[in-house]
Design a protein around this ligand. Structure first.
Ligand SMILES: C[S@@+](CC[C@H](N)C(=O)[O-])C[C@H]1O[C@@H](n2cnc3c(N)ncnc32)[C@H](O)[C@@H]1O
Length: 264
């Protein structure tokens, strides 16, 4: 990977929010793409427990970007996630209020109900992560595309998920024939698409990450993919060590209590 690209996630990213999510392997990239795009407006379609959403929010805050993040979800679940508990929304709401008041907004409604609230060509980073059937992903893309600013970036999760009736992979294959795209294969796949300028031309990107994504050579791309696989592994090992440390402390505490009882 180009020697001049030093991802912000390497320098200062320690996730301050965790929950179970298959998005976990994309956290370092999610942090870095926000730092690269410096979006005034981020919209996420499909938030559930908030892992991807709070990665974007954390990057907005720590990289001092003058932007806001909107999360759109019914917080009820659908065919693929299954119906889930009210606890999921409450946890996202609590964390958003505590950590990101003023730069994060939750829109508890259907995607189509949220859409009229956004002006055309206003969204600089859109994350499409709702229902993953072919038809649903196609509809989310086609109906929200006009809301994305020319030069803006759209992320798609699960473009390598082939279970059940998941069809993001199929729609992604079609998109990558027509647009400037990049794909990560790990973590069920993450697609990155840059909207062309109004005259149909490719944006001239200044930011190093965007240059690598949309104008890099095969070696740059292979290096970038390898980097983000390792970055995710590094965070995973960090969590494992923290869990082991916590268990060790707990055991020591229990031993101390036992010793105290025996001495009485
Ligand atoms: C795959 S999950 C999102 C995962 C999340 N981005 C993460 O980081 O873990 C999909 C979510 O999209 C929501 N959803 C799907 N279709 C929707 C629609 N048409 N309107 C509103 N919410 C929708 C579901 O309620 C579910 O919570």
């Amino acid at each position: 990977m180009s020697a001049i690209y030093t991802p912000p996630s390497i320098r200062r990213f320690t996730p301050n929010f965790m929950c179970f999510s298959t998005w976990v392997d994309h956290m370092p990239f999610g942090y870095d793409i926000v730092a690269a795009v410096k979006p005034k407006l981020v919209v996420e379609l499909g938030t559930q427990g908030g892992l991807s959403f709070f990665t974007f929010c954390q990057s907005i805050k720590e990289n001092e970007i003058d932007g806001v993040c909107y999360a759109v979800d019914t917080w009820e679940g659908e065919e693929h996630t299954g119906k889930y508990d009210e606890e999921v929304f409450n946890s996202v709401n609590d964390h958003a209020r505590k950590e990101y008041a003023g730069c994060s907004y939750l829109m508890r409604m259907l995607f189509e109900e949220a859409r009229p609230h956004f002006s055309d060509e206003s969204i600089e980073l859109l994350h499409i992560d709702g229902l993953h059937t072919y038809d649903a992903v196609k509809e989310d893309f086609e109906t929200w595309y006009p809301k994305v600013k020319p030069g803006g970036v759209i992320l798609f999760h699960d473009i390598y998920a082939r279970m059940m009736d998941f069809g993001a992979w199929k729609f992604w294959e079609e998109l990558s024939q027509q647009y400037s795209t990049f794909e990560f294969k790990h973590g069920f796949g993450l697609g990155v698409l840059q909207k062309p300028l109004a005259d149909g031309s490719k944006p001239q990107n200044e930011e190093q990450l965007l240059k690598i994504l949309f104008a890099g050579n095969d070696q740059d791309h292979a290096d970038l993919r390898a980097f983000y696989i390792h970055a995710a592994k590094y965070l995973e090992l960090g969590r494992k060590v923290a869990r082991q440390e916590k268990m060790k402390q707990k055991r020591l505490e229990q031993q101390k209590q036992q010793q105290k009882k025996q001495n009485q």
